[in-house]
Design a protein around this ligand. Structure first.
Ligand SMILES: Nc1ncnc2c1ncn2[C@@H]1O[C@H](COP(=O)(O)OP(=O)(O)OP(=O)(O)O)[C@@H](O)[C@H]1O
Ligand SMILES: [Mg+2]
Length: 214
């Protein structure tokens, strides 16, 4: 089953970032985009995840063309199908970590899995306010919150950027087992090659194209 299909995506800001990019993600698959800082990885992830409309080309999610959706349909798609884990994670600051998960569970009609909290190593701090947590703990709460929604496609931009090596590797394994359990897909952006090469496919964004490296 194809979860996402991007065809002939081109985008530029002051200068062209990429041209005619084609990409496809199937259920159960993980895909990683690497590349030097400023090459356009985050921009491409924003386009694939419906947050930014490309200047040309088309993104289809679950067979539906994103460009053809109105605002209401886009909001529903993001809520029900997509899980976004970005560099600036928008946790609700006045709430505890657990309350942040409760909001996600409520919105998605899902239940919180204690096992998830345990596996992410945040059980000790789950009742604390988000503002009292370390950067890495906040990052893991935002991962827990996204997985609680049980998304079909995860888009993650440096999801392990604030974590030590061992914790990052554990979080990556958690993602991969989630994909298998739920038959979901993931598009990951990272500078950490040891994380990147755990994915089924790896592409480097260079000279405006995606070059396959695994
Ligand atoms: N909204 C915007 N308006 C104008 N230029 C932008 C915008 N967003 C990104 N850019 C530019 O596009 C280029 C690519 O940015 P992007 O954030 O996609 O890079 P990146 O590969 O994710 O880098 P990093 O590894 O540092 O996160 C940069 O030169 C950036 O300044
Ligand atoms: Mg980036």
């Amino acid at each position: 089953m194809t979860l996402l299909e991007a065809s002939k995506i081109s985008h530029r800001f002051d200068y062209p970032l990429f041209d005619d990019i084609d990409l496809r993600l199937d259920a159960g698959e993980s895909l990683c985009i690497i590349g030097v800082s400023g090459s356009g990885k985050s921009t491409l992830l924003h386009i694939l995840s419906t947050l930014l409309m490309p200047q040309s080309g088309q993104v289809r999610i679950l067979g539906q063309s994103v460009g053809g959706l109105d605002n209401r349909a886009l909001v529903a798609l993001r809520r029900d199908v997509l899980g976004l884990i970005f560099q600036a994670h928008y946790l609700f600051k006045g709430f505890s970590a657990y309350e942040n998960l409760e909001v996600a569970a409520l919105l998605g009609g899902k239940t919180i899995e204690p096992e998830l909290i345990e596996k992410l190593g945040i059980a000790q701090v789950i009742r604390q306010k988000v503002t009292e947590l370390s950067g890495g703990q906040q990052q893991r709460v935002s991962i827990a919150r996204v997985l609680t929604k049980q998304p079909k496609i995860i888009f993650a931009d440096e999801p392990t950027g604030n974590l030590d090596h061992a914790t990052a590797a554990e979080v990556m394994e958690l993602f991969l087992s989630y994909l298998q359990e739920r038959d979901a897909g993931m598009v990951l952006v990272t500078h950490d090659e040891s994380i990147a090469y755990r994915c089924d496919r790896v592409y480097r964004l260079e000279e405006r194209r995606l070059v396959r490296c695994q």
